[in-house]
Ligand binder design. Sequence first.
Ligand code: HSE
Length: 358
Amino acid sequence: MARADLRSLSSSARPVRIGVLGCGSVGRGFVQLASAHRERILARSGVELDVSHVLVRDLTKDRPGVDRRLLTDDADEVIQSGCDIVVELIGGIEPAGELIRSSFEYGADVVTANKALLAAAGRTLFREAAASGRRIGFEASVCGGIPIVGAITRGLAGDSLESIQGILNGTCNYVLTRMEEEWMEFDDAVRLAQDNGFAEADPALDIDGHDAAQKLAILVELGFDLESDSERTIALTGLREVGISDIAQARARGRVIRHVATARHTADGAELRVAPIELPRTHRLAGVRDENNGVVLRGDAVGDLFFSGKGAGSMPTAAAVLADVIEIAQSRRGALEGRRPAASRTASSPGGLVLGRA
Ligand code: HSE
């Protein structure tokens, strides 16, 4: 459909109201992007996005680029405002999970970047979404700006995924890069990752490997058909044991150290692992630097697919959130007009449950 047609089609539709929970680095980026691209999104996608509420902890804090009039410190005010889509960016398991459930009850679809919640309770949450006819978009929960969730759920829907190998944590990769390129001390590099907004509020989640393990758990749920919880156990080694001398020794052997998440099928089910490993310089993941992530998906039919790009940071992650918001907004509009929702990366979920309205 031509852009002009999309514009006229949308002219009678009311804006899609968005409530945002959390205004940290990603939340602020999302509000700024949604506002900066409002016209372009309307012209391209036929939906007008209107951020109506932003939940914050501290109303007095300065948030450049975010209209103060949108701010509230009352989560119920956001969820009960009648917004169409709730964007959950507060992170952690609770109260985020409760706020998402409450959003479903009030008729909103949800977009989240919350890997901790999805890894811990994704199946239950998706079941609840399906039961209430709601959808969850979660592209931003894994690998920031890289559309890896869509690549597995949609791009590889016709193939069988054999293995996943990837750098899934931007902070660990940033720390390793600073150590290998500038011989920076581990703690200084972690502080710099925090200053740049890459690290979690508690950076131990990054450097001890929990964040990468949560992301691997989500990708495995999407791409592997595992039957038991024991098959889903991830062997985890963090980054703390890597010193500058290890990096220097690896370099002397023509190799580099990367913190890599791996999932592959075995005769007994699957082997899932997150650990620092040495890679030859020629390996695709060896060239992934700074806060970038890189993922090699091996499909039975397609062979190897390599994705790389910014895996952490305000704007790349906000762009992934916004992409899900646009897709769900289009689908809501299609449902109102009696059209079937377009095929969507949000249509299949961890646990293989199919989401979306019937
Ligand atoms: N702390 C995370 C990382 C943010 O460094 O990758 C993106 O999920």
